[in-house]
Design a protein. Structure first.
Length: 367
C-alpha cells in the first residue's frame, strides 16, 4: 500500500533528547535525516525547533509535501493533535499543547500525530509481518488471510498498537494501552515494571544481590549467552521473568482481538532468552471452578520465526465435511491459529512507514 505513491510526507522521530526530521515518498526516506536538540524543557524553544526543522526539510524538497505525520510520546489526544499529561521527557508539554494545530497553521497542510506503538503496528500491517505472513501462506497453497495485528515494543516502556481489519484501531480516546495492566508477579503494580529495560536490570540486581551493578540489558544478555563474565543463571532468569510477564499481557490482548503479534524494540536482540517463556505463558491453561482446563488463548499459538512451526501454522488442518442430506462437501478446519514473530523491519522503520501510510490513508478517506 502506497509503495509507488509519489506524494511526500514529512516525518519526525520525537525523542526527549533529539528531534530527527525526514521526508518519505513511496514508503521510503528521500532525504538525509536532519537532527536538532529537542529543547523539551522549554516550550517556546521546543516549538521553534520543530518549526525550523520542518522548514529545513521543506526547503530541501523538489515538490511540496502533502502532510506532516509523526509519532509523539503520550499521553495525548492524538485525534485532535493535543499533547499533554505526565510526560517525563517533555515536561514543558504537561499542561497541554495543541501541537497539531500550531503546525497546521504554520505550514498550511494536514498534521497527523499518533502514538509510536500505533504507528509501529500500522507499519508492520502494511509493509512488515502481516503481508509477509499472508504471502507465505498463499505461496504454500493456503487460503487463510490475516487482517488483525497487535504490535508490541520492548524498550524503555511496554508499548502496544492494534490494527483491526487492516486499519489502525485508535479506540474512542486514542488510549489503547498495555503498560498499565496488572503485573504478573504483583497485581498491585503495573506490568511495565516487569516488561521494560528497567525490569531486566532490576531483576538481575535482585538475584545477584548487587542492585548497583551498572550493567545494560545488552551486557546481561551476553552474560546469559555465556560470552561475558557474570551470573549466567541470574541473567537467564531476568529474561525468563520478562518473557512470562509479556506473554501474560499478550495472552489477554490476543484473546480479546484475535490477532497475530509482532514485537519490536531494542530488547528483541535478546529474543532467544525471552521468547521461550513468552510462548509458554501464551500456551498455558487455566481452570474452571469445576477443575476443567481451559487454554489461556483460544487458538493454537505458533512461533512464526520457527520454520517448522510456520509450515504447520500455514498448512492448516482442513478436511472435507459432508453437507447433511447431500453428497456435497465443504472444507472444515476446526483448528484456530495465531502466531508471534519478531519484527523484520525494526521498530524505527515500521513507525516511519506507519506515519506515512496513516497520513495518505487519512487524506484518501481510508483511515
Amino acid at each position: 500500500m502506497y509503495q509507488t505513491d509519489q506524494r511526500i510526507v514529512i516525518t519526525l522521530d520525537a525523542g526527549g533528547t533529539n528531534f530527527v526530521f525526514g521526508a518519505m515518498r513511496g514508503n521510503r526516506f528521500i532525504i538525509d535525516p536532519i537532527t536538532k536538540p529537542s529543547n523539551s524543557h522549554d516550550l517556546d524553544l521546543c516549538i521553534r525547533t520543530l518549526i525550523s526543522g520542518f522548514e529545513e526539510v521543506i526547503a530541501s524538497l523538489e515538490q511540496l509535501p502533502v502532510a506532516i505525520s509523526f509519532a509523539f510520546p503520550g499521553p495525548a489526544d492524538y485525534a485532535n493533535g493535543i499533547i499533554g499529561g505526565y510526560l517525563p521527557n517533555f515536561p514543558s508539554f504537561r499542561d497541554g499543547v495543541a501541537l497539531g494545530e500550531i503546525l497546521r497553521r504554520r505550514f498550511g497542510i494536514p498534521v497527523y500525530i499518533n502514538n509510536d506503538g500505533d504507528l509501529f503496528a500500522l507499519g508492520e500491517a502494511m509493509e512488515g509481518l502481516l503481508p509477509e505472513v499472508n504471502a507465505r501462506i498463499a505461496a504454500m497453497g493456503g487460503e487463510k488471510k490475516y487482517t488483525n495485528l497487535l504490535g508490541y515494543t520492548f524498550g524503555t516502556g511496554f508499548g502496544i498498537g492494534s490494527v483491526v481489519g487492516g486499519r489502525l484501531n485508535r479506540g474512542n480516546n486514542s488510549c489503547i494501552e498495555t503498560f498499565c495492566l496488572p503485573d504478573t508477579y504483583d497485581s498491585n503494580i503495573i506490568i511495565e515494571d516487569s516488561v521494560a529495560i528497567r525490569a531486566i536490570k532490576r531483576v538481575y540486581g535482585e538475584l545477584t544481590g548487587n542492585p548497583d551493578h551498572g550493567l545494560t540489558p545488552k551486557d546481561i544478555c551476553e552474560i546469559a549467552d555465556g560470552t561475558r563474565e557474570g551470573d549466567r543463571e541470574a541473567a537467564k532468569e531476568a529474561f525468563r521473568r520478562f518473557g512470562t510477564a509479556a506473554g501474560d499481557a499478550m495472552a489477554t490482548a490476543v484473546t480479546l482481538t484475535d490477532s497475530l503479534v509482532v514485537i519490536g524494540g531494542g530488547l528483541t536482540g535478546a529474543a532467544r532468552h525471552i521468547m521461550p517463556a513468552l510462548l509458554e505463558k501464551m500456551r498455558s491453561s487455566i481452570s474452571t471452578l469445576g477443575g476443567d482446563k481451559v487454554n489461556r488463548v483460544q487458538m493454537n499459538v505458533y512461533d512464526l520465526d520457527n520454520e517448522n512451526e510456520f509450515r504447520e501454522f500455514a498448512r492448516g488442518n482442513g478436511r472435507p465435511l459432508k453437507i447433511h442430506g447431500t453428497e456435497e462437501t465443504v472444507t472444515y478446519d476446526p483448528v484456530k491459529r495465531t502466531g508471534v514473530a519478531i519484527s523484520r523491519l525494526g521498530a524505527s522503520e515500521a513507525i516511519s512507514i506507519g506515519a506515512y501510510v496513516f497520513a495518505l490513508a487519512s487524506l484518501d478517506g481510508k483511515q
